[in-house]
Design a binder for this molecule. Structure first.
Ligand SMILES: N[C@@H](CCC(=O)N[C@@H](CS)C(=O)NCC(=O)O)C(=O)O
Length: 207
């Protein structure tokens, strides 16, 4: 398998899961600043011009959530359990993309990506709105995590890797994580995993 990635948000979850599972993956770094995700060769495997992408033999997969499920299946891991927990995981994937990481991702973009790629200053209105929306959905997650260690059942799953992806950047991205103690503690448990703390291969700096 080849995992095309860069040291940014969505690839972070794919790299974290690949590392956690010790999946037999060859990492291919794409330099976004140099447009390596927009070359004809790359667009042929991911017409969105986005990272990450996984190739596995003849198969090509884009979308990080699909990639992490595939990695778990390929390695026989119950991070993607073969039972009714899948329904719960899909629920959290969907909720995450529509609500949680959607707004936390705005804060990541405004405070980290804009500075890194010279895209100007953070937009205060976008920041205020994203923080307000983040609080609304983080409150839902905080209630869900009462008495739980992980999002689904009593085991770590791909849902944890997906939903938490912005939280390592909370301080720099001004995501108000500290206001939600159960979310903070859950993220702290993920932080005990080396693959979560250091998901990317050694060759690049993390952003
Ligand atoms: N829904 C996609 C999002 C992919 C995505 O937006 N990737 C960003 C990095 S986090 C990207 O490739 N940005 C480069 C660009 O848009 O030019 C996934 O989860 O894989």
């Amino acid at each position: 398998m080849k995992l095309y990635y860069s040291d940014v948000l969505s690839p972070r979850k794919a790299c974290a899961v690949a590392k956690y599972l010790q999946a037999p993956v060859e990492y291919v770094f794409l330099d976004l600043a140099r447009g390596q995700h927009r070359t004809p060769d790359y667009l042929a495997i991911n017409p969105n011009g986005k990272v990450p992408t996984l190739t596995d033999g003849e198969r090509t997969l884009w979308e990080a959530d699909a990639i992490i499920c595939h990695l778990a299946l390929r390695t026989g891991s119950d991070l993607w359990p073969l039972d009714a927990r899948q329904v719960e995981i899909v629920r959290w994937f969907s909720w995450d993309l529509q609500h949680f990481t959607r707004h936390a991702g705005v804060l990541y973009f405004e405070h980290i990506i804009k500075a890194r790629f010279g895209l100007g200053d953070p937009d205060p209105l976008a920041v205020a709105d994203a923080q307000q929306q983040f609080r609304r959905y983080a409150a839902v997650l905080d209630v869900h995590l009462q008495g739980r260690r992980w999002l689904v059942g009593d085991r770590l799953s791909v849902a944890d890797f997906a939903v938490a992806v912005t939280l390592p950047y909370a301080e720099r991205a001004r995501i108000p994580l500290e206001e939600f103690p159960r979310v903070r503690d859950w993220h702290g448990r993920l932080g005990e995993l080396e693959a979560w703390r250091e998901p990317f291969p050694d060759l690049v700096e993390t952003a």
